[in-house]
Design a protein around this ligand. Structure first.
Ligand SMILES: Nc1nc2c(ncn2[C@@H]2O[C@H](COP(=O)(O)OP(=O)(O)OP(=O)(O)O)[C@@H](O)[C@H]2O)c(=O)[nH]1
Length: 396
């Protein structure tokens, strides 16, 4: 069995959380399958579905605001940053579930830009995508996108996410119990129908929208979007009634195959290119450093070896920690509102490592020693004349 990941992204209020709740219950009732559920929204008050991993267990959003003096969005980004420092542990934990689960479903913050455009959002997405076949479900509030201009803006956002994440994407028109997604399908396949919608919109808003600039911009963009539409699967669902979830899961299966046949190779190629570039950059900066230190080629070769040796010994913080607790700690039951789901929780950060993410001597007792050893092995010894000069200077 191969685990695949579905990351739900969408504008605030598009219905991501309700969609996750329905998807979770749909898996259980219709597919007789239990999905592995992750909540990455640190600011949500109540999560109405059972979570296996909840960012709120590790990071207290209110405390992040207080501690760092941040506003709501800054605190979401900072919370994600803190969480992303431990993403390797989360991935390792999820990997151990490979035999038991088929799907991991992930809810993201409603403030879409906090996740999509932040470094941590990229790290989290990338970590999942490089370990499991990963699909983006872009959730759209259908009734609110009946205006062609709003529709176009939303599609451009989806387009930018597709090109940023380089992952297969399913456009999910949610709330079809209120408004069917047919109009959107038509706009996505028939350029003239979309032009007509724009013209109608222009006529009805003539007084408010005097200049035709916006509409001509939209016209040209819609041509560009044709290419984007061709890469998408489109489904209409109602998270209220459960309508359309069959098609959604079918689309997920198709996209997983697409991931395996196309995206995976493409990602690996990009990764190889990145690694080669990084290697070149490191070599260049190392030779620059050696030159600055006045070392000749032979010694620089030795130093390179030494550096490589040191690098191979360096562990990431979480590796050190892992030896101690393997990523599992007791969940903090009292502090959350959704106690009924708490028993499923599997992952929080260790208590002394919460929030500030500060590396203390207590948490990592040998870190200081290792830094010292690395420093001593790398540092250039001061010549005796320099030492004398320094001593003279101190005596003065
Ligand atoms: N009619 C209808 N309403 C829905 C549907 N899905 C969600 N809603 C409503 O849309 C509103 C927003 O839903 P949420 O699930 O909270 O949306 P969200 O995207 O998670 O919101 P944020 O996390 O705040 O960004 C709520 O009032 C839901 O009840 C649906 O399929 N049909």
């Amino acid at each position: 069995m191969t685990l695949s990941t579905i990351i739900c992204i969408g504008m605030a209020g598009s219905g991501k959380t309700t969609f996750m709740q329905r998807l979770n219950s749909y898996f259980r009732s219709s597919k007789k399958e239990v999905p592995y559920v992750i909540n990455l929204d640190p600011a949500v008050l109540i999560v109405p579905y059972g979570c296996n991993i909840d960012i709120r267990d590790s990071i207290k959003y209110n405390k992040v605001m207080e501690t760092y003096g941040l506003g709501p969005n800054g605190a979401i980004v900072t919370s994600l940053n803190l969480f992303s420092t431990k993403i390797d542990q989360v991935i390792k934990l999820v990997e151990t579930k490979n035999d038991k689960y088929e799907h991991v479903i992930i809810d993201t913050p409603g403030q879409i830009e906090c996740f999509v455009w932040s470094a941590s959002g990229a790290i989290i997405t990338e970590s999942f995508a490089s370990t499991f076949p990963t699909v983006i479900a872009y959730i759209i509030d259908t009734p609110r996108n009946t205006n062609p201009t709003t529709f176009m803006s939303n599609m451009l956002y989806a387009c930018s996410i597709l090109y940023k994440t380089k992952l297969p994407m399913i456009i999910v028109f949610n709330k079809t119990d209120v408004k069917k997604e047919d109009f959107a399908r038509e706009w996505m396949t028939d350029f003239e129908a979309f032009q007509t919608a724009i013209m109608n919109d222009q006529e009805s808003n003539e007084s408010a929208n005097g200049s035709g600039y916006m509409n001509s911009l939209i016209n040209s963009m819609s041509l560009m979007l044709e290419e984007f539409y061709s890469q998408l699967d489109v489904v209409g669902v109602s998270s209220y009634t459960g309508d359309g979830f069959d098609s959604f899961l079918k689309a997920v299966d198709d996209k997983v195959i697409e991931y395996e046949t196309y995206y995976k190779q493409e990602r690996e190629r990009i990764l190889r290119e990145k690694e080669a570039k990084e290697k070149k950059r490191k070599e260049k900066s190392l030779s620059g450093l050696m030159k600055d230190l006045g070392l000749n080629d032979k010694s620089s070769g030795d130093s390179k070896k030494q550096e490589n040796n040191n690098n191979s010994e360096v562990e990431v913080i979480s590796d050190i920690e892992e030896d101690e607790n393997d990523g599992f700690v007791e969940p903090d039951i009292e502090e959350t509102t959704d106690n009924e789901f708490k028993s499923q929780r599997e992952y929080t950060f260790p208590e002394n490592d919460r929030l500030e993410g500060e590396i203390t001597d207590k948490s990592y007792p040998d870190l200081q020693k290792r830094y010292q050893a690395a420093f001593e092995s790398q540092a250039k010894p001061a010549s005796s004349s320099v030492a004398e000069d320094i001593a003279k200077y101190i005596r003065q």
